[in-house]
Design a protein around this ligand. Sequence first.
Ligand code: 5GP
Ligand code: ZN
Length: 116
Amino acid sequence: MSDPNCVFCRIASGQIPATILFQDENLLAFRDIAPQAPTHIVLIPRAHFSGLNDLTPERAGLVGEIALVAKDLAAGEGLAASGWRLVSNAGPDAGQTVFHLHFHLLGGRPMGGRMA
Ligand code: 5GP
Ligand code: ZN
Protein backbone atom coordinates (compact mmCIF):
# COMPACT_ATOMS: atom_id res chain seq x y z
CA MET A 1 0.00 0.00 0.00
CA SER A 2 2.86 2.38 0.85
CA ASP A 3 6.54 2.18 -0.16
CA PRO A 4 9.00 3.82 2.26
CA ASN A 5 11.42 4.47 -0.61
CA CYS A 6 8.82 6.22 -2.77
CA VAL A 7 8.91 10.02 -2.81
CA PHE A 8 5.16 10.31 -3.42
CA CYS A 9 4.32 7.90 -0.60
CA ARG A 10 6.54 10.05 1.62
CA ILE A 11 4.65 13.19 0.56
CA ALA A 12 1.33 11.39 1.19
CA SER A 13 2.45 10.43 4.71
CA GLY A 14 3.76 13.93 5.47
CA GLN A 15 7.41 12.85 5.69
CA ILE A 16 8.34 15.15 2.80
CA PRO A 17 6.78 18.60 2.68
CA ALA A 18 4.78 19.69 -0.35
CA THR A 19 2.29 22.40 -1.20
CA ILE A 20 -0.83 20.29 -0.91
CA LEU A 21 -3.89 21.65 -2.71
CA PHE A 22 -6.32 18.79 -2.16
CA GLN A 23 -6.48 15.60 -0.14
CA ASP A 24 -9.10 13.08 0.79
CA GLU A 25 -9.24 9.43 1.77
CA ASN A 26 -8.00 8.22 -1.63
CA LEU A 27 -6.13 11.08 -3.33
CA LEU A 28 -3.62 13.87 -2.91
CA ALA A 29 -2.78 16.83 -5.16
CA PHE A 30 0.27 19.05 -4.71
CA ARG A 31 2.38 21.50 -6.69
CA ASP A 32 5.22 20.00 -8.71
CA ILE A 33 8.64 20.87 -7.30
CA ALA A 34 9.96 21.68 -10.80
CA PRO A 35 7.01 23.27 -12.60
CA GLN A 36 6.94 23.02 -16.38
CA ALA A 37 4.08 25.50 -16.73
CA PRO A 38 2.63 28.35 -14.61
CA THR A 39 0.25 25.76 -13.16
CA HIS A 40 1.82 22.34 -12.63
CA ILE A 41 0.02 20.13 -10.13
CA VAL A 42 0.67 16.44 -9.43
CA LEU A 43 -2.32 14.23 -8.57
CA ILE A 44 -1.77 10.83 -6.99
CA PRO A 45 -3.72 8.05 -5.32
CA ARG A 46 -2.57 7.39 -1.76
CA ALA A 47 -2.16 3.73 -2.70
CA HIS A 48 1.24 2.91 -4.14
CA PHE A 49 1.48 1.24 -7.53
CA SER A 50 3.86 2.02 -10.34
CA GLY A 51 1.57 3.75 -12.81
CA LEU A 52 -0.85 3.07 -15.63
CA ASN A 53 1.07 -0.10 -16.50
CA ASP A 54 -0.19 -1.52 -13.20
CA LEU A 55 -3.75 -0.22 -13.41
CA THR A 56 -6.35 -2.87 -12.62
CA PRO A 57 -10.15 -2.82 -12.86
CA GLU A 58 -10.26 -2.53 -9.06
CA ARG A 59 -8.11 0.62 -9.16
CA ALA A 60 -9.59 2.19 -12.29
CA GLY A 61 -12.06 4.30 -10.32
CA LEU A 62 -9.12 6.28 -8.94
CA VAL A 63 -8.46 7.65 -12.41
CA GLY A 64 -11.97 9.06 -12.59
CA GLU A 65 -11.61 10.56 -9.12
CA ILE A 66 -8.31 12.15 -10.18
CA ALA A 67 -9.94 13.63 -13.30
CA LEU A 68 -12.73 15.16 -11.23
CA VAL A 69 -10.31 16.70 -8.74
CA ALA A 70 -8.15 17.95 -11.63
CA LYS A 71 -11.19 19.64 -13.18
CA ASP A 72 -11.95 21.48 -9.95
CA LEU A 73 -8.31 22.46 -9.37
CA ALA A 74 -8.00 23.70 -12.96
CA ALA A 75 -11.13 25.81 -12.49
CA GLY A 76 -9.70 27.14 -9.22
CA GLU A 77 -6.50 28.10 -11.04
CA GLY A 78 -8.62 30.03 -13.56
CA LEU A 79 -7.86 27.59 -16.40
CA ALA A 80 -11.34 26.38 -17.33
CA ALA A 81 -11.61 28.77 -20.27
CA SER A 82 -7.95 29.10 -21.30
CA GLY A 83 -7.33 25.36 -21.21
CA TRP A 84 -5.23 22.79 -19.43
CA ARG A 85 -3.82 19.30 -19.86
CA LEU A 86 -3.91 16.14 -17.73
CA VAL A 87 -1.18 13.63 -18.55
CA SER A 88 0.35 10.50 -17.04
CA ASN A 89 3.75 9.22 -18.11
CA ALA A 90 4.02 5.43 -18.20
CA GLY A 91 7.47 3.96 -18.61
CA PRO A 92 10.85 5.06 -19.98
CA ASP A 93 9.87 6.44 -23.39
CA ALA A 94 7.30 8.67 -21.69
CA GLY A 95 9.96 9.95 -19.29
CA GLN A 96 8.41 8.55 -16.11
CA THR A 97 10.75 9.18 -13.19
CA VAL A 98 8.54 8.49 -10.15
CA PHE A 99 7.00 5.03 -10.17
CA HIS A 100 3.85 5.81 -8.20
CA LEU A 101 0.82 6.52 -10.40
CA HIS A 102 0.44 10.24 -10.97
CA PHE A 103 -1.13 12.68 -13.35
CA HIS A 104 0.26 16.10 -14.23
CA LEU A 105 -2.20 18.98 -14.46
CA LEU A 106 -0.53 21.60 -16.66
CA GLY A 107 -1.81 25.00 -17.73
CA GLY A 108 -1.29 28.71 -17.84
CA ARG A 109 0.57 28.74 -21.15
CA PRO A 110 -0.18 27.46 -24.65
CA MET A 111 0.62 23.73 -24.72
CA GLY A 112 0.77 23.49 -28.48
CA GLY A 113 -1.14 21.14 -30.67
CA ARG A 114 1.31 18.27 -30.38
CA MET A 115 1.30 15.83 -27.48
CA ALA A 116 5.07 15.95 -27.13
P1 5GP B 1 7.25 11.91 -14.07
O1 5GP B 1 8.48 12.38 -14.79
O2 5GP B 1 7.50 10.63 -13.32
O3 5GP B 1 6.03 11.87 -14.92
O4 5GP B 1 6.93 13.06 -13.02
C1 5GP B 1 7.46 13.12 -11.74
C2 5GP B 1 7.26 14.54 -11.26
O5 5GP B 1 7.42 14.59 -9.87
C3 5GP B 1 8.25 15.54 -11.87
O6 5GP B 1 7.54 16.56 -12.56
C4 5GP B 1 9.00 16.07 -10.65
O7 5GP B 1 9.33 17.44 -10.76
C5 5GP B 1 8.04 15.79 -9.52
N1 5GP B 1 8.69 15.57 -8.24
C6 5GP B 1 9.73 14.73 -8.00
N2 5GP B 1 10.08 14.77 -6.71
C7 5GP B 1 9.23 15.67 -6.12
C8 5GP B 1 9.10 16.15 -4.77
O8 5GP B 1 9.83 15.78 -3.85
N3 5GP B 1 8.13 17.06 -4.54
C9 5GP B 1 7.29 17.51 -5.53
N4 5GP B 1 6.37 18.41 -5.19
N5 5GP B 1 7.38 17.07 -6.80
C10 5GP B 1 8.34 16.17 -7.09
ZN1 ZN C 1 4.45 5.46 -3.67
